[in-house]
Design a protein around this ligand. Structure first.
Ligand code: BEZ
Length: 230
């Protein structure tokens, strides 16, 4: 069931965590895509940016492109979107590659698809148009969609705030770790840190019994136990 709001007499939806990613087909800089079906079996980060040829977006695209192989090695593809047209996208990405050198990044080629969404159809489906911030541009939204096509995390940033890529990677690895080991991850968790058992939301087990049965486990109280993944 989609949660909807009114935007200039149009009904737009705000997808939520745990729901299937709304499907769409779109024209991109890498050809047509069918989302999320084309990404079944892989994680995908669908993200929006306000406009081509703007500075914060340029710094983000250079960073996303530089990290693309790292995301791929984590079984995660990237898909960008803005409400600009395809020729604007192509010209902007060419300018980035040919002219921009920023923080040691140069000749940066953006190989992941960038969706053209001049009709704002996709942006509205994903709650990326937030009129309090802008009714003509998408905010900086990030949707983490898992290999089954389910939305697992959503982060929204305002126009002025460039995303933190360490956090995007950390969130992806944390969710993959939670799925693989049936655990949860505590505040400020980084890969390699201890994890929480049993996962948040399930019933706690008496502290003494946990430590007795699992000597590698550290319990702070009956409801709060951690262990290493080694
Ligand atoms: C930027 O990417 O720099 C930007 C885009 C739209 C509004 C404000 C900043």
């Amino acid at each position: 069931m989609e949660h909807t709001i009114e935007l200039q007499n149009n009904v737009v939806s705000m997808p939520r965590i745990g729901e299937k990613a709304p499907s769409f087909t779109a024209v991109t800089t890498q050809g047509k895509i069918n989302f999320p079906d084309d990404y079944k079996g892989r994680w995908v980060i669908l993200f929006s940016h306000p406009a081509d040829f703007t500075p914060v977006c340029t710094s983000e695209f250079m960073t996303f492109a530089t990290l693309e192989d790292e995301f791929k090695s984590l079984n995660c593809d990237l898909v960008g979107l803005s409400v600009d047209g395809l020729y604007s996208h192509i010209a902007w990405l060419r300018t980035i590659k040919d002219k921009i050198e920023y923080r040691g990044m140069k000749n940066v080629e953006v190989k992941f698809p960038l969706i053209e969404d001049i009709t704002m159809d996709v942006a509205k489906k994903y709650g990326m148009i937030q009129p309090g911030e802008s009714s003509t541009k998408a905010v900086r939204a990030v949707f983490f969609v898992d290999p089954k096509g389910t939305i697992r995390a959503i982060i929204y940033y305002p126009l002025s705030l460039g995303r933190n890529f360490d956090e995007l990677k950390r969130a992806l690895i944390a969710m993959q770790t939670a799925d693989k080991y049936e655990v949860a991850t505590p505040a400020d968790w980084r890969p390699g840190d201890d994890v929480i058992v049993p996962p948040a939301g399930s019933c706690g087990v008496a502290k003494d019994r946990m430590e007795e049965n699992h000597p590698e486990m550290k319990c702070y109280d009956w409801f709060f136990c951690t262990r290493s993944l080694n």
